[in-house]
Each structure stands twice: as structure tokens, then as C-alpha cells.
Design a protein around this ligand. Structure first.
Ligand SMILES: [Zn+2]
Length: 322
């Protein structure tokens, strides 16, 4: 799924539309009634971690009780178990897609929050936003058809522009779930809290994906910063010196900001370890599916030479499941 830097770029695409009224809607979403957005004014756009939030108000003025009641009635319709039928068309889910669904489940417990005038967007693996253009098929599907991606939501605005949202789940809520102290891309990011979280007996690669402490940090960033900091993904945080944890945090902040900057310049990411067979020094890279037992497991790449395993006191390296 798109990580923090990508969602920040999406948010920048929406900002020119803030203040404009929605004049026409479209899209395939079944989680919300897209027609409810007709004639509303886009009032605000915020990004928190991996989520984008758009605020809508009645076009005449600021949000009033009437709209909030309407939003409440919209949201109190059956919650469908909190899951949009993301892949209903696909009978065979690929492993990646399953992981995305697991991500959704781990991060979206909030059917009960469905009140209010903020629309929350959570993006899937190929989730994206386009401004004033539709996404086109880049290759034929398995049946040989050139089918363009189907937007979940299309918003046309009064000045003629439009926004298109792909592969995302939408959900009405009363306010953005904001915790800038956990967002590595926020100036309010709280290093002390992040250090405390990392300094736990858990393997650091589990803690880095914990959105309570590192919102917006995803699997690509995790792999890259562990390589940059030369830390084995399964190292228990308690076995690392404070200086190592500090360096890992520095890498997290620096890498995320650099990635955002290159995205804004239209440049791609050039990973050093993620999905690589060799590290930049030519060593063979290891790959494993790592995650807490009973929790989300993600494919992880590391270089056993650049990121040597740290043995615990009883000399037993943490197990690696393939
Ligand atoms: Zn290496």
C-alpha cells in the first residue's frame, strides 16, 4: 500500500480543489453512497500517516447540524463488517493482495466511528489519486483485454477540474485520527516516544510497522532503513545500543523525507535492498516473511553481511520463517 510519502503527494493533488463545490460524482464504491457528495464543498484536506482525510460541508456555508445528521444516517447503514469488498471480482487473490487486506484489517477497526463530515481514504496496494486525468491500462490483463482501472470515486468540481480515486476504502468519520507525534514526516514527530517503542524486546522490524509509533512507515521504508542503519530485521530492540536506535530513527526521518521530495519531483524510488537479490556491495540478499505471531507478516529483505544477526545472550538467533 502507499506509504506516508505517497499519501502526502496525493494530498497535494487535492489541495487546489479545497474551497470548490462538487458538481458531479461517479465511481464504483459500495462502502459509501457517492451521490451524497453531490453539491458539497470540499473544505479541508489533511494527511495523517497512511490516511488521507477530506472534509465536506454543505455548499452554502460551514458545516451545520443538518449535514452532520445526514452524514450520521449515511454512516449508520449496515457496516458490512467494516470491510469493503475490495477484491470481489478476483476469485484468486495474490499473496500481495492478501497482505493488503490484512493491512486493512489491522488498521481499520473503526466502523463505530462512522459519524461526521470527514471522508477517510485508506489506499490499497495500487491505490492512487489522479487530478484531471484518468489512469489508463499499462498492459493487457490475463485475458488479453486492455481494461482501464475502475475508479472508486470521481469528483468533478465547479471550476471544471476533477479528482479520481483508485483502489481505496472510504469511510465517513467525525474527525481525522491525527497523531502527528507518531508521524515521521511531521515536524511534531516525537523521537523520545519512538525510541522507547524501539527499545523493546520485540524485533525492530515488527516495531517499525506499528502504526501507533510510526504512522506512515510501511514495508518499503522498513526494509530500506534497516539496511541503511546496518541492523538485522529480527534484532530485539533491547539488544541495540541507544546510538544504534538513534541512527535507525535518523534513517527513518531522512529516508521518508527524501522519498517525499523525489516524489514531488516526479522521480522514482531506487531501493537498495527492497526486492533486490544483491545489496549495493554485491552480497547475496536474504528474504523472509517476518512478523509477530498472530500478527501481520511482511516480506523482508536483508543482507546477512551488511546487517549481521545479533545473538541474544543465550546465543540463540531469532527464528526466521520462510
Ligand atoms: Zn551487503
Amino acid at each position: 500500500m502507499p506509504e506516508g510519502p505517497s499519501v502526502r503527494k496525493f494530498q497535494l493533488l487535492t489541495t487546489p480543489f479545497v474551497g470548490q463545490v462538487v458538481t458531479k460524482v461517479g465511481g464504483s464504491s459500495r462502502k459509501i453512497n457517492v451521490n451524497d457528495l453531490n453539491a458539497l464543498r470540499l473544505q479541508d484536506s489533511q494527511v495523517h500517516g497512511k490516511n488521507l482525510y477530506l472534509a465536506f460541508v454543505a455548499a452554502e456555508g460551514p458545516v451545520g447540524p443538518t449535514l452532520q445528521r445526514e452524514a450520521a444516517s449515511r454512516a449508520s447503514s449496515p457496516a458490512q463488517g467494516g470491510q469493503e469488498q475490495v477484491c470481489a471480482r478476483h476469485t484468486h487473490l495474490q499473496e500481495k493482495e492478501l497482505q493488503e487486506l490484512q493491512d486493512f484489517r489491522s488498521e481499520v477497526p473503526d466502523a463505530a466511528e462512522g459519524l461526521g463530515n470527514w471522508l477517510r481514504f485508506h489506499f490499497g496496494l495500487f491505490g492512487s489519486i489522479r487530478a484531471n486525468e484518468f489512469s489508463r491500462a499499462k498492459k493487457a490483463n490475463k485475458r488479453g483485454d486492455w481494461k482501464d482501472p475502475i475508479p472508486r470515486l470521481v469528483l468533478h468540481f465547479e471550476r471544471g477540474g476533477f479528482l479520481v480515486f483508485y483502489n481505496c476504502r472510504m469511510h465517513w468519520c467525525s474527525s481525522p485520527r491525527a497523531d502527528p507525534a507518531s508521524d515521521v514526516l511531521s515536524v511534531e514527530f516525537h523521537r523520545g516516544r519512538a525510541l522507547d517503542a524501539l527499545h523493546a524486546p520485540n524485533p525492530v522490524c515488527y516495531t517499525l510497522l506499528d502504526q501507533r509509533y510510526f504512522s506512515g512507515l510501511g514495508n518499503i521504508i522498513k526494509n530500506e532503513i534497516l539496511y541503511l542503519a546496518k541492523i538485522h530485521p529480527l534484532t530485539p530492540g533491547t539488544l541495540l545500543a541507544l546510538s544504534d536506535l538513534e541512527r535507525l530513527l535518523d534513517c527513518a526521518v531522512q529516508f521518508s523525507s527524501d522519498w517525499l521530495r523525489s516524489k514531488l519531483h516526479g522521480e522514482g524510488l531506487h531501493p537498495q535492498i527492497y526486492k533486490k537479490e544483491q545489496c549495493p556491495l554485491g552480497h547475496a540478499v536474504m528474504k523472509g516473511t517476518l512478523g509477530p505471531s498472530g500478527g501481520l507478516k511482511r516480506l523482508t529483505w536483508w543482507c546477512p553481511q551488511c546487517q549481521p544477526a545479533v545473538l541474544s545472550k543465550d546465543g540463540d538467533p531469532s527464528p526466521v520463517t520462510e
